[in-house]
Design a protein around this ligand. Structure first.
Ligand SMILES: [Zn+2]
Length: 509
């Protein structure tokens, strides 16, 4: 069992702990600052722009991971919670439209989830790895969602009137970076200064209790078992005990208070569902995937392969556990490029989960992933249902088709997808590759530009749009006539992105 370091949990406030001294010294006197909205609260668009600034850096972080399988799973839970919050009136129409409501995952083993300004949510693989029930994950996401819908972040910013939103963004980013490296944070978070900053930026106890209360309502309305809230709490307590050796200063101000736990137990006792939650095969497989993709190191990968090899069928309860063990072992073998072991383990996994259609699909995708990893394109294509509606099938299928000289089939699926999901940077990237394979250079450059827009890197996007405009002005010899419609789209998009860049520059002042 992996012992993930527990850095922080549940709140942006825990993330908002460390401020580099240099950043503090640069703080501008209050009289020179633009007001936060009308002075009473930060406007939703200002909060969204601040969120974008933070999200842009997360996209650039090498730990940022867009794993289609895990993203689809988490999105399934996240969307159900958003729907419930809409039904309950917690998520207003304005916030619904203005904010991103996007989950960004980090390949980090720490148990962490945090609400960011503007409806962005950070989620570390370490958290998915310790969860046993989707209901537990829903309880964490519901709590974070409620911090955002209750405007806790903007209320916190309000009390920070001496800092510009830009500064607060820098502080959050600094704290995020430090949270991943306990040693560095130890070196910097010393003395009373850190404590003072932390107390300035923490969500209040009342906010935590409110996020618990509303989050509980949202997750139960979405159909999740309220027991998930309680068992998640127990897990966190346990995890914090394991690592509370003084090396995690965040835990000392951890908001997991006895007050909150008492609230939680009261709420649960009032709920008539008190059955134990059934073990969940899908979650067991997702936790396994999160463990392996969290860069655990060679020794653990080897251990998981041998654990899977010795796993024996023992009965229904153990079957769920074994599904996780076999999944982790298969993916670990694949990561070590031991394709023979991966192939033999995945067959056992597929037999085990065959009766559960959703789990069987995930095992099937893993089998296709093995052949893709082994470079066997026909075998990957044979295993993969490339016309299935899911995003994992789209992402892997497009790559397979482009590599097999079927770029036009890849484009035929990707084009309608990006029209519906213009913020899917990965899909734009695949589309750029498919166009390039067809020799459609102009469209390929534009898709690259849109990929940068999706990742909120507007300067990077401008660079590609300008390259596209240059290409239109002076097409290379033999490239045929310029596509006028494409050229006019490029001009329009260039102007739009230029406007966004100007807006950004104003925020920095
Ligand atoms: Zn919280």
């Amino acid at each position: 069992m992996l012992r993930a370091p527990v850095a922080l949990f549940l709140i942006a406030s825990n993330v908002l702990t460390a401020v580099p001294a240099a950043a503090q010294a640069r703080a501008t006197p209050a009289s020179q600052l633009p007001s936060l909205g009308d002075g009473s609260s930060m406007t939703t668009s200002a909060e969204r722009r601040l969120g974008e600034r933070i999200a842009r850096e997360i996209y650039r972080d090498p730990d940022y991971i867009d794993d289609p399988v895990l993203v689809e799973y988490v999105q399934g839970i996240w969307q159900r919670l958003l729907d419930a919050a809409r039904q309950r009136g917690e998520l207003t129409e304005e916030l619904d439209q203005r904010f991103a409501w996007e989950v960004l995952m980090g390949a980090d083993r720490t148990i962490n989830a945090f609400a960011l300004p503007g409806g962005y949510l950070g989620l570390h693989l370490g958290l998915i790895a310790v969860v046993e029930q989707p209901d537990e994950l829903a309880s964490v996401l519901g709590h974070e969602l409620s911090h955002v819908t209750q405007r806790h972040i903007s209320r916190m910013m309000e009390s920070q009137s001496r800092q510009t939103p830009w500064m607060i963004g820098a502080m959050i980013l600094g704290a995020l970076a430090l949270s991943k490296s306990p040693d560095a944070s130890n070196a910097l978070i010393v003395g009373g200064q850190a404590a003072a900053v932390q107390s300035q930026l923490n969500f209040s106890r009342d906010m935590e209790r409110e996020a618990d209360r509303i989050g509980y309502g949202v997750m139960t309305q979405a159909g999740y078992d309220p027991l998930g809230f309680v068992s998640m709490f127990e897990k966190l307590q346990q995890a914090s005990r394991i690592s509370d050796n003084g090396s995690f200063p965040y835990l000392r101000s951890h908001p997991l208070t006895t007050e909150r736990i008492a609230d939680m137990q009261l709420r649960q006792s009032q709920d008539d569902r008190s059955h134990p939650m059934a073990p969940n095969t899908m979650q067991a497989m997702m936790a396994a995937r999160a463990r392996v993709l969290g860069n655990p190191g060679v020794d653990l990968l080897r251990a998981w392969v041998s654990e899977a090899k010795s796993a024996r069928p023992t009965g229904p309860a153990m079957d769920v556990r074994n599904a996780g063990v076999l999944y982790a072992g298969t993916l670990s073998a694949l990561r070590q490029r031991d394709f023979a072991a991966a192939r033999s383990l995945v067959v056992r996994l597929q037999a085990l989960v065959a009766p559960d259609a959703a789990a069987a699909r995930i095992a099937h995708l893993l089998a296709a992933e093995i052949e893709w990893g082994a470079g066997d394109l026909p075998a990957t294509a044979a295993l993969l249902d490339m016309n299935a509606p899911g995003r994992p099938e789209l992402v892997l299928g497009s790559q397979v088709r482009t590599r097999m000289g079927q770029a036009s089939e890849a484009i035929a699926r990707l084009q309608p997808w990006v029209a519906l999901h213009p913020r899917d940077g990965t899909a734009w990237q695949l589309l750029a590759a498919a166009y390039a394979a067809q020799g459609q250079t102009l469209r390929s450059i534009r898709a690259e530009a849109e990929m940068q827009v999706a990742r909120l890197d507007y300067s990077g996007a401008m660079d590609r749009f300008r390259a596209a405009q240059d290409w239109v002005r002076k097409p290379p010899p033999g490239s045929g006539p310029v596509d006028d419609i494409e050229a006019s789209i490029i001009d329009t998009r260039t102007r739009q992105i230029q406007a966004l860049l100007k807006e950004q520059a104003l925020d920095k002042q």
